[in-house]
Write a protein that binds this ligand. Structure first.
Ligand SMILES: Cc1cc2nc3c(=O)[nH]c(=O)nc-3n(C[C@H](O)[C@H](O)[C@H](O)COP(=O)(O)OP(=O)(O)OC[C@H]3O[C@@H](n4cnc5c(N)ncnc54)[C@H](O)[C@@H]3O)c2cc1C
Length: 401
């Protein structure tokens, strides 16, 4: 990748200067000129109104793949300023891949006043943390995060970049991959290193979940993948573990960012929908018979302090929004307790929940496949079983008079 300025086209408008997060553009004799801080992130090329700044990409097979080393995990910061669990999961997975490639794991943390998270990343297994802090990076926005991450990748050339398949990760990964002309495999559920080619084998559901496709990015670097939360296991947190912390100086002009965050509104339905973070999930299936009976599931979820999940049959029937769907084409979950109510246990549903620590199934059909994965099975009518469970829980808690 190369970036250069076609001087005759430069009109000296200076719009490129605030667009650069690395302070890499000076004006010399009324024309823009790069200094040594340029990372070829390309932000200025997008800001230039005359096309004077040209970003040249390598063609197929022209990338010198031998220059790219190391595994990177792009960290995610939660709304509460904590390290997202998916980051810990990816660091754990990164360690396994790094062992195969005999390399190390770096984490990129982008935000504002997040130094303590670098220590968390170290405790979860990072060897190195690139810490990028700026007030303009306090909350995720596509443009500045893309510019910063693209610049870092161009400068340090990691071989593999892993990002959580979260709302942020899906947005950021696709933008960065497009900017650096790398391939991207979205929503992976498995990652391995091919023992011969040493390429990253990226496996994900394809064709609506009917096949599992394994994808290779042979010609471009880095090999980029987003990975579903809760699929990979994090390492045990070790407070004594240390990482090299590299502070990356940036200076971001708020005026150069097209989007502004005016207000952060808490999603009130969060306690019922936040499936991937929930320790307890109560899921309803077609056995509920009617959308209004999801009230029973909510009641049980409230009683046990859990989130509400659903089978695809209920989502397809329009009984509940798709954000609740668990399974191959829904969310992969790994709660401590999963209660399946009126769910048959189709293989596609099991794909999203069978790794739960404890599964309780309520189904009136003793032959239902869900009992094959359940630790506790209740053969019975959910309309009798759920109210009895709720009453028993409330009684134990002393809720009832
Ligand atoms: C490509 C593809 C992807 C898919 N992805 C997903 C996915 O991500 N998630 C998913 O869930 N499905 C997925 N499916 C659909 C899946 O195959 C099943 O059709 C679906 O999971 C069935 O949902 P269900 O268990 O709610 O309904 P059913 O299979 O109809 O089961 C209803 C169950 O309720 C029981 N029941 C009925 N009445 C009562 C009662 N009163 N008390 C107790 N039990 C009762 C019945 O005995 C039955 O076992 C996918 C399918 C395909 C082809």
């Amino acid at each position: 990748m190369a970036i250069y300025i076609e001087k005759p086209k430069c009109i000296g408008c200076k719009l490129c200067i605030p667009s650069c997060p690395y302070g890499a553009i000076d004006m010399v004799d009324g024309k823009a000129e790069f200094n040594d801080s340029c990372t070829s992130c390309g932000a200025c090329a997008y800001a230039c109104p005359t096309g004077a700044i040209v970003l040249e990409m390598a063609g197929k097979g022209e990338v010198d793949t031998s220059q790219y080393k190391g595994i990177w995990v792009v960290g995610e910061v939660t709304g509460e300023g904590k390290l997202a669990m998916v980051t810990a999961e990816l660091i754990g997975e990164g360690r396994k891949l790094a062992a195969e490639l005999d390399t190390d794991v770096s984490v990129v943390l982008i935000g504002h006043e997040i130094e303590d998270l670098a220590k968390r990343a170290a405790g979860y297994g990072a060897d190195r943390v690139y810490l990028v802090e700026d007030p303009a990076l306090k909350r995720y926005r596509t443009q500045p995060f893309t510019n910063v991450l693209t610049g870092l990748i161009n400068e340090h050339k990691p071989e593999i970049v892993l990002i959580g398949a979260t709302t942020m990760g899906r947005d950021l990964a696709s933008r960065v991959a497009a900017r650096i002309k790398a391939g991207l495999t979205a929503d992976c559920t498995e990652l391995t290193i091919n023992p011969e080619s040493k390429l990253l084998e990226q496996t994900r559901p394809a064709f609506g979940g009917n096949v599992m496709a394994t994808i290779l990015c042979e010609f471009t670097r880095p090999q980029m993948a987003t990975v579903r939360p809760k699929v990979m296991a994090p390492m045990e947190f070790d407070e004594s573990r240390e990482a090299e912390i590299i502070r990356v100086p940036v200076s971001i002009d708020e005026k150069s960012i097209a989007t502004k965050i005016l207000e952060v509104i808490q999603d009130d339905s969060g306690s019922h929908v936040n499936l991937t973070e929930a320790d307890i999930i109560v899921s309803g299936g077609r056995g509920l018979g009617d959308p209004k009976h999801f009230a029973l599931i909510e009641e049980l979820a409230d009683a046990v302090g859990g989130a509400v999940g659903a089978s695809r049959a209920t989502v397809d029937a329009g009984w509940i929004p798709a954000t609740h769907q668990v399974g191959q084409t829904g969310k992969t979950v790994h709660p401590k307790l999963y209660i399946a109510c009126g769910i048959s246990g189709a293989v596609q549903h099991l794909a999203g929940m069978s790794s739960s620590d404890c599964i309780v199934a309520i189904n009136k059909d003793p032959e239902a496949p869900i009992f094959g994965v359940a630790h506790y099975g209740i053969v019975g009518d959910l309309f009798q079983v759920i109210p009895a469970m709720v009453a028993a829980i409330k009684e134990r808690r002393g809720d009832s008079a």
